[in-house]
Design a protein around this ligand. Structure first.
Ligand code: OAD
Length: 410
């Protein structure tokens, strides 16, 4: 009986008969082959693994690209070595470089790229088993994807806790400190409060280990995007898919070839079947081409356009609310003092609140007309916060939150 083909018994041997062709799950190592695999319905549980390269088009530098990567730009922080900025032992003694960097990287100023929107597209088609990202920028979340489908393997800025007593801190409180160049300390024990980003020397989030154990066995197509695959244990995930599971890398540079069971783009007979594909170039370009080959390009573009229009609208609304807030505040400051300070405060709050909502309703029409898609306000609510300054004077801040739902104009 003929033995099944293995790397050992099929290697070309000089002077002997031609070797049997090695079994392959892909016609070749191209994007076209991956698209064919998808459109033939062979991929139903796709896992996407990503790194900083998917966010460079959003304006966030990656870590290791020579010249442009963060680790080359950290000279101003006088670090013993660049990764020290994310090293927990170093951080405990010298926390300020991390907080300075966190101020630059803090989520809020960046928008998801076309590549990020490939995730909700796969989810919409019921093909996404999970997205595993090393990124801490939270841009995946901003695409509106169901968060159950996301694993932020290196944590994120979403939550913060004390490194001594683990007490959680309000993320707004931590953000305020970081933005004002202050170090946030724990209100309970005085320890350093750190966003729950996984530093070198720390365990990855429990969710990572728990889900990876189950997901990777089920994976039938692995898509790896924008990562140098240099950081463990994340990089080892590419070896945990079944032996016949095709794997695609879209990246500017080759990566993941050195490790055991790593990628075998050049057919070096590392695996029993040929299954690895490579697109060398920018993520947005590779992802767009893949979507195009699958017949999904328009849908991908629409998700991106609608997502960005929605964010632009929300930003304009927020700016409007802030400027109205400033106006209302200065009007209030000029008001005569009432005899009863409590009553004065009540009145001020009520006036401000109503002024905001009215102004927003009036000016919204104008903003909406700028968009190709139509917008509908689902609710407009005002929240009022009272704060007391150092001299015991009550200062009232009003912020307006608006939920906007965008509908396609069709
Ligand atoms: P790296 O900076 O190590 O690798 C980014 C990869 O993306 C490189 O291979 C780049 O060539 C490639 N790249 C950059 N822009 C691209 C683009 N537009 N299109 C395609 N490829 C592009 O970043 P990661 O692999 O994500 O840890 O780094 C992994 C971890 O190392 C990070 O999570 C971080 C860091 O220390 C922590 O923050 C804890």
């Amino acid at each position: 009986m003929a033995s099944s083909p293995t790397p050992g018994n099929n290697r070309p041997v000089r002077g002997k008969a031609e070797p049997m062709p090695r079994p392959s799950v892909l016609k070749d190592g191209s994007l076209e082959a991956i698209a064919e695999f998808i459109t033939e319905g062979k991929a139903k549980n796709i896992i996407v693994m990503s790194g900083a390269g998917i966010s460079t088009a959003a304006g966030i530098p990656d870590f290791r690209s020579p010249g442009t990567g963060l680790y080359d730009a950290l000279g101003k922080y006088n670090l013993p070595y660049p990764e020290a900025v994310f090293d927990i032992s170093f951080f405990k003694d010298t926390p300020s470089p991390f907080y300075r960097l966190a101020k630059e990287l803090y989520p809020g100023n960046f928008r998801p790229t076309l590549t990020h929107y490939f995730l909700p597209l796969l989810a919409k088609k019921n093909l996404l088993l999970r997205s595993y990202t090393q990124n801490i920028d939270m841009l995946e979340r901003l695409t509106g994807i169901d968060e159950e489908l996301l694993v932020e393997a290196h944590g994120s800025f979403a939550t913060s806790k004390c490194i001594k007593c683990s007490l959680r801190s309000e993320s707004d409180h931590v953000k305020k400190h970081i933005m004002n160049d202050q170090i946030p300390y724990c209100v309970k024990c005085g320890g350093l409060v750190k966003p729950e980003i996984t530093f070198f020397g720390e365990d990855l989030p429990l969710r990572f280990g728990k889900l990876a154990q189950v997901d990777f066995k089920k994976c039938d197509l692995l898509i790896v995007l924008g990562t140098s695959l240099q950081v463990e244990p994340f990089n080892r995930l590419i070896t945990r898919v079944p032996a016949k599971c095709p794997r695609l890398l879209i990246n500017r540079d080759r990566a993941g070839e050195e490790m055991r069971m790593g990628f075998d783009f050049d057919d070096k007979w590392k695996h029993s079947v040929k299954r690895d594909a490579l697109f060398l170039g920018n993520c947005d370009e590779g992802v767009r081409k893949l979507a195009q080959l699958c017949g999904w390009e328009d849908e991908l573009q629409a998700l991106y356009d609608d997502g960005h229009a929605q964010m632009k609208l929300a930003e304009e609304m927020e700016a409007l609310a802030l400027s109205e807030n400033d106006k209302a505040k200065s009007t209030d400051d000029n008001k005569e003092t009432l005899e009863d300070p409590e009553a004065k405060e009540e009145l001020k709050v009520k006036d401000t609140k109503e002024a905001h909502i009215d102004t927003i309703k009036d000016e919204l029409e104008d903003i909406i007309s700028k968009f190709e898609t139509a917008a509908v306000i689902s609710s407009t609510t005002a929240t009022v916060e009272k704060t007391v300054d150092g001299e015991g004077e009550v200062v009232t801040e009003t912020s307006v939150e608006t939920d906007v739902v965008l509908l396609s104009k069709a």
